[in-house]
Design a protein around this ligand. Sequence first.
Ligand SMILES: N[C@@H](CCC(=O)N[C@@H](CS)C(=O)NCC(=O)O)C(=O)O
Length: 201
Amino acid sequence: MKLYYSPGACSLASHITLEEAGVDYTAEKVNLRDKTTESGASYLAVTPRGAVPALDLGGGEVLTEGVAIMQYVMDTAKPGHLPALGTLQRARLVEALNYVATEVHKTYSPLFRGLEGAAKDAQLALLDARLKVLEDRLADGRGWLTGADFTPADAYLFTVTNWSKPMGHDLAKFPRIEALRAKVAARPSVAAAMTAEGLLK
Ligand SMILES: N[C@@H](CCC(=O)N[C@@H](CS)C(=O)NCC(=O)O)C(=O)O
């Protein structure tokens, strides 16, 4: 399978998940501005939405949406590693993934479009409110976002909160998220994915 990614973008969470799963895969960089891939192909021919991540499964199947990709990779490569479908714990995982996708990731997005002044302040305040929900959830001493085990939700939260610094957002007010980020960063899968994306030397 082949992952289409952009360095440091939300596709990093899928990249980390592929490393965690230990599957054979290749990765191809995408230029999100002109929608071409590193090999010069049209990315819009891979996925008409033109967003990363996309996972080419072969046989004409291209899976998009990080939340779907991460669960598919783990469920197929490491069956039984994620909580079973139909259990409350699986619903908790989907809850966390969807929260990061729709409430956190997409709250960072406008900041990349160069917001300034009061509009930027309002967006940063909204981001704080979204992250506080997770900070409070971590207050029960759980090891990871959904409980005792690392899951793709942790990789996803790590990936999007990497954007705080470049966007001028202060994460220091969320010490439990900072501690979680440090634990995620220490995983070999994260070093491997970030090195492959040229984010670590
Ligand atoms: N709904 C998609 C959104 C992915 C997304 O927002 N990707 C961004 C990078 S983090 C992107 O490719 N942006 C370029 C664009 O939308 O044209 C998912 O959750 O996977």
